[in-house]
Design a protein around this ligand. Structure first.
Ligand code: ADP
Ligand code: ASP
Ligand code: MG
Length: 487
């Protein structure tokens, strides 16, 4: 039996000392069962956002406000470390932390890290230009700090934990902000840096989200990228399972923040989970599934605040489900671009030229629909759009409009079922639909709406399609008992 398990804990699972101690217990539980965990952790909740805002503030020349943000972060990390030490030591528990050598040592390395960070921010305030490379360097501090602090906490809780700098393992290209991992190099590095610890029975702990180029320059994998790190590590060490520990009971039939009656999906296919992640279900990073699919490693989504719950299992094959859909995702902050070019009518190479523009600006396209003279595309609303529109206007007339959302309904059972589309569109008949797509993937039906209509559309669709859920697939017991998604 393969005993290797990658356990990834997201920001809320390590948000404070109590959460970190819960995490330690969960890991200890796996060790007690004879499993060998490799732990991947995110930055403490909200730290990534705060680091990004410190960077943006410094780049505007407001040095004092940027340093005020890092000062608050420094205090938060120091306080958490003090509390974590208190949990394992009588001296600190007595409030004597100044004299406690463990706390002093932890505060010393944290101060050195924060001093380094402040140095970068001071330089940035002078230069006034935030490059993606500097942004990655600044934002990497979140995971660098959390992973080291959590390793120390684990050791104090009796785990044989060892810190591994993720930047020495996750080799990427140099596309700062959304770097592409280099699988073969990662596998080699994991053999060098992680495998020996596992052979000695240690629990390696590393930060998610961060990596570095072959030359050793810090990079990041994009927002939410710690899930991706977990999957890369799982794939790289041939783990028997990957566990994504978060703040909800698993993948739900809709985002429980939008739809309070969302149900836990007990089992879902890789393909369905990947569509959901790509189309906005924040619970998983879109690229997470790929390294797991390649090696057929099951992925579990679990709740660190409710560790007994069996979560969601993501597997190669979806079992039969009597409901047409498994889940509804919504992706907001999208823009629709309408490209109209009557003079290009029937000329071949037209679509290629259009897509070359998006390629040049490295701007992914979510949805496409074409007519004889026009193409509509949906893209993430981003600062590159005016430049993209300017390039496209050399080929065609271009209009674009933001504040759109994509609603994506996912399920293996859409294949070959009659009347499903009619039911979907009847349910959202009061909503102005902008683009519709079904067919690119047989398991996804998507359409664009105004962003302000998105939540209501998700709730109406959820009420229509999940009123009689299949108990083999969905956790109907939780509904009967009135249990929410986070308990
Ligand atoms: P973490 O910090 O653990 O990575 P995230 O905030 O990235 O956690 O993802 C968890 C959140 O994803 C949940 O709190 C929930 O609001 C949101 N979410 C969106 N869609 C879904 C879904 N279909 N199922 C579960 N959670 C979802
Ligand atoms: N800390 C990073 C973020 O907030 C990565 C992650 O948590 O997955 O985006
Ligand atoms: Mg996440």
């Amino acid at each position: 039996m393969n005993r290797l398990v990658v356990m990834k804990f997201g920001g809320t699972s390590v948000e404070d000392a109590a959460a970190i101690l819960r995490t330690a217990q969960i890991v200890a539980g796996r060790v007690a069962k004879g499993l060998q965990p490799v732990v991947v952790v995110s930055a403490m909740a909200k730290v990534t956002d705060l680091l990004l805002s410190a960077a943006a503030t410094a780049a505007k020349g407001d040095r004092a406000s940027a340093l005020a943000i890092t000062e608050r972060l420094r205090i938060r990390h120091r306080d958490t470390a003090t509390q974590l030490t208190a949990a394992g030591s009588r001296d600190a528990a007595l409030g004597n932390d100044g004299a406690n050598p463990a706390v002093v040592a932890t505060h010393a390395w944290m101060d050195a890290e924060f001093d380094g960070l402040d140095e970068v921010l001071r330089g940035l305030a002078v230069v006034g230009e935030l490059t993606p490379r500097i942004s990655d360097m600044i934002v990497s501090y979140g995971e660098r700090l959390s992973s080291r602090m959590i390793t120390e906490a684990f050791a104090r809780c009796g785990l044989n934990a060892v810190h591994v700098d993720a930047r020495q393992c996750i080799v990427t290209d140099a596309q700062y902000g959304k770097a592409i991992p280099q699988d073969a190099a990662i596998e080699r590095r994991l053999k060098e840096k992680v495998a020996p610890h596992l052979a000695e029975g240690r629990v390696p702990v590393m930060g998610g989200f961060i990596g570095s180029t072959e030359q050793g320059v810090t990079t990041t994998l994009g927002r939410g990228g710690s899930d991706f790190t977990a999957a890369l590590v799982g794939g790289g060490i041939d783990a028997g399972a990957i566990e994504i520990w978060t703040d909800v009971n698993g993948i739900m039939t809709a985002d429980p923040r939008v739809c309070p009656d969302a149900l836990r999906v007990k089992i879902i296919s890789f393909e369905e989970a990947a569509e959901l992640a790509y189309f906005g279900a924040k619970v998983l990073h879109p690229a997470t599934i790929l390294p797991a699919v390649k090696k057929n490693i099951p992925v579990f989504v679990l709740n660190s605040k409710n560790a007994e719950n069996s979560g969601t299992r993501i597997t190669a094959m979806a079992p039969h489900c009597s409901s047409p859909f498994k889940s509804i995702a919504a992706k907001k902050r999208l823009t629709i671009m309408d490209i109209v070019a009557s003079r290009m009518l029937l000329s071949h190479g037209y679509l290629r030229e259009i897509f070359e523009v998006f390629d040049k600006h490295r701007c992914p396209v979510d949805m496409v629909s074409t007519s004889e003279v026009s193409v509509s595309l949906s893209v993430d609303s981003n600062e590159k759009l005016p430049a993209i529109a300017a390039d496209l206007s050399k080929l065609a007339d271009v209009k674009y409009e933001g504040r759109k959302a994509l609603i994506c309904m996912v399920g293996e059972n859409i294949r070959g079922q009659n009347g499903i589309a009619a039911r979907v569109f009847q349910t959202v008949r009061h909503v102005n639909l902008r683009m519709i797509s079904q067919g690119a993937s047989e398991i996804n039906m998507s359409f664009m709406v105004e962003e302000d209509d998105a939540d209501e559309a998700v709730r109406s669709l959820h009420a229509e399609f999940f009123s009689d859920p299949d108990p083999a697939i969905f956790d109907v017991e939780a509904v009967r008992l009135g249990i929410g998604s986070r308990e």
